[in-house]
Design a protein around this ligand. Structure first.
Ligand code: NOJ
Length: 565
């Protein structure tokens, strides 16, 4: 057999049944997880002190948002040294202890790899901006201005132009995010060498993989032509993402480094749609193991993005999950998630965080843990933590919120009006400290937290959930995590939508040679009639006391299993 064909078959075989499909990811936002030294900022020792909590919950793979050295313009997504730990978080010795602590518990660790851009305080950029002769000049993307203005009309994700003038060299550099996050020039082989070195360094330490930040953005369209779209989402999809060499570059990382380790990679996927998804994650590709596509996360974003809301409903969410499952089939893989550090709390966005907080949180957990893909749970979801509604703009810390606040002010929008948008969609909704107990600052810190705690911590916290036991959201997560582990049908089984007339109902079938399950979700505050013959099934999971068989209560989630006799 041809060598190329042989290696492709091997690649496919290795990915058919594998740990990263079976295990569940839990995302930690280190700044907000647990502070151990009273400086108000979560840290590595804080995480270490909670490893038993995580083990007990039943999650397997911890994804750490960035902990590298950083000036924190974007809370660590602006890295100034890829080989060191930010002192706020601890030391490399703390990191090694954390990794060993996870491994000794049979758990894994994946790091956030942010290499579309660096911090402007990275030594490469510090040198590059000084002179056109700098040896790091080509590490970044420089363009002359046009008629005394920016080289083109590209907007930054965080408001304003994506170009910043540099006086010393009288030209502009590209920054798709803040001006303190200059984009790297992947065309330059030296950049790619440097990135492969970073990958090797962390993999040789024994980490279990990477979450790759905005990875579809790394290959730029070199014409740098004006974007011809109005919607930010369209610009992301057609102008910034999926550039001509993106697959060459990802494949290069795979061939040179990644394939030599038993690890997992998950790419954050702004702009990756179902048409191109398999190019990133097809089992035969030698690129990524899975992506976080953002289609459902971008729902409701209007022309200017998240602070320009437009209506959408639950049928859009159902359609997106079903389209993606169809697009992947048995040939590729995605992660299933409903929130992360960039989007609102899942129970506030997709559930009802007032009258049905517990039930809707459990319904959403059922969904995340039974769709096809590797589930990813964001810290605090297991407690049903909610969005926060600070009254003052000064209580918000996110650079995105503040940049857009300035832009909206210029357009005449009052701070009061803008705050309403932030309450819905701002990123700090998910960045308030983890709520551990009902004591001061929710047991997150003995000092002053870097961002205020959500005032509902006296009621919503881990200690209260543990004390509540059965019935708590936490127990439900634990039960569902075990249930998924026991029933591999939810991992490798097929997925089929059972069409429903009501837009509130999401029914699907998961089945394999051993079992068939039906998942029934009523995503609404109303009762819904069940139009499905259940006589051959037994009830195996419910997020509430069973009521009438033919009626789904508001936010009821049920799992049925086909009888075998
Ligand atoms: C995506 C990350 O998830 C987000 O937090 C960050 O601001 C941008 N990429 C820039 O790195």
């Amino acid at each position: 057999m041809d060598y190329g064909v042989q290696t492709t078959i091997l690649k496919i075989m290795q990915q058919l049944k594998t740990w990263w499909k079976e295990e569940v990811i839990y995302q930690i936002y280190p700044r907000s997880f647990k502070d151990s030294n009273g400086d108000g900022i979560g840290d590595l020792q804080g995480i270490i002190s909670k490893l038993d909590y995580l083990k007990n919950l039943g999650v397997d793979i911890i994804w750490l948002s960035p902990i590298y050295k950083s000036p924190n313009d974007d809370n660590g997504y602006d890295i100034s040294d890829y080989y060191d730990i930010h002192p706020e978080f601890g030391t490399m010795a703390d990191f090694d202890e954390l990794l060993a602590g996870l491994h000794s518990r049979g758990m894994k660790l994946i790091m956030d790899l942010v290499v579309n851009h660096t911090s402007d305080e990275h030594e490469w950029f510090q040198d590059a901006k000084r002179s056109k002769d700098s040896k790091y000049r080509d590490y970044y993307i420089w363009k002359d201005g046009k008629d005394g203005k920016e080289p083109n009309n590209w907007p930054s994700f965080f408001g304003g132009s994506a170009w910043k003038y540099n006086e010393a060299t009288d030209d502009y550099y590209l920054h798709l995010f803040t001006e303190k996050q200059p984009d790297l020039n992947w065309e330059n082989p030296a950049v790619r060498d440097s990135i492969c070195d970073i990958l090797k360094f962390w993999l040789d330490k024994g980490i279990n993989g990477f979450r790759m930040d905005v990875i579809p953005l790394i290959s730029k369209r070199l014409e740098f032509a004006d974007a011809q779209y109005d919607m930010l989402n369209e610009i992301i999809e057609h102008v910034y993402s999926n550039g001509p060499k993106v697959h060459t570059y990802i494949n290069e990382m795979y061939e040179r480094v990644l394939k030599n380790y038993d690890i997992m990679t998950v790419g954050e996927g702004p702009g990756i749609n179902t048409e191109v998804g398999l190019k990133y994650v097809g089992h035969d590709r030698g690129e990524l193991n899975m992506i976080f596509h953002l289609d459902h996360m971008f729902l409701g974003h209007g022309e200017f993005g998240k602070f320009d809301p437009v209506p959408y409903d639950w049928s859009d969410v159902k359609r997106i999950f079903s389209d993606w499952d169809e697009a992947m089939g048995d040939s590729g893989w995605i992660s299933i998630f409903l929130d992360n550090h960039d989007f609102p709390r899942l129970v506030s966005r997709f559930g009802n965080d007032e009258d049905y907080r517990k039930k809707s949180a459990k319904l959403l957990a059922t969904m995340v843990l039974t769709l096809r893909g590797t589930p990813c749970i964001y810290q605090g979801s297991e407690l049903g933590m909610t969005n926060v509604h600070f009254d003052s703009i000064d209580d918000y810390k996110d650079v995105e919120t503040h940049n857009f606040h300035e832009e909206f002010k210029k357009k005449g929008v009052s701070t009061e009006e803008f705050l309403k948008l932030v309450h819905e969609n701002g990123r700090d909704n998910v960045r308030t400290p983890m709520q551990w107990n009902a004591e001061k600052h929710a047991g997150f810190t003995d000092g002053e937290p870097w961002i205020k705690v959500n005032p509902n911590y006296t009621e919503i916290n881990a200690e209260a959930a543990i004390a509540e036991g059965r019935g708590s959201i936490l127990e439900f997560y634990k039960m569902m995590l075990e249930f998924r582990k026991r029933n591999k049908t939810f991992i490798y089984g097929s997925f089929e939508i059972i069409p429903q007339e009501s837009k509130n109902l999401f029914f699907y079938k998961r089945s394999d040679e051993n079992d068939t399950f039906i998942v029934m979700l009523n995503h609404s505050d109303e009762e819904e009639m069940v139009d499905f013959d259940m006589s051959d099934y037994i009830f195996v999971v419910s997020n509430q006391e069973y009521g009438k068989v033919n009626i789904l209560q508001p936010w009821e989630a049920r799992i049925l299993k086909l009888r075998k006799d």
